[in-house]
Design a protein around this ligand. Sequence first.
Ligand code: ADP
Ligand code: MG
Length: 227
Amino acid sequence: MADKAGLISLRNVTRHFTSGERDVHALENLSLEIQLGEFVAVMGPSGCGKSTLMHLLAGLDSPTSGEIFVDGLALHAADDAALTDYRRHRLGVVFQFFNLLPTMSVIENVAFPLLLQGVSYAASEERARELLHRVGMQERATHFVHQLSGGEQQRTAIARALVHRPSLLIADEPTGNLDSQSADKVMQVLSSVGSDKLATLIVVTHSEEVARAASRRITMRDGKIVT
Ligand code: ADP
Ligand code: MG
């Protein structure tokens, strides 16, 4: 079998949950290929399986059956050590809730993934500053999380998700918790990340504007891809 380098590949992926008496088919026999470098918008109604798909791609959950490869790594068969390494080095995630550390400043939050990798404090901070510039947060570097608006927190979270140069950035409804003006700004930042090919970008969104900026749109319904 080919090692699927340069590709995100899902083969007949199923994810079933047992919820009380009910068997929920969150993903049903889903197959999909995404080239590294693509900017993909994932759309579809609530409950269609978008977050389940993102959790699988992030290595936070395993499929009930099927295969998932990310640039040659078989996520469905990977052990905990390999998954930790994947998340720490190759993946960036942005969720609806920003999960910034409240006791750290903005720049410390952004630098943190590099410090975890053992990068020096000075080099981590320099790289963090570059990313803060990119997301328009350079003037807030020394502020604390509670001093930021929701949109500023999310832009900080995007900077943090990119600081270690991941090959894949996953964003699951990153503006779901924001007012429309903050949401627009966050989406502009994300779209520029996708367009500039800083990372392969997969973003779950209800925004037509983002879908237009994306190089490809995937629509899901009932655990399947419909277009
Ligand atoms: P979306 O993100 O598109 O709104 P989800 O992937 O969150 O959809 O959910 C898809 C389906 O799977 C829903 O019916 C949801 O209730 C169910 N589901 C998701 N996670 C779990 C879980 N941990 N346990 C039971 N059911 C779940
Ligand atoms: Mg969801």
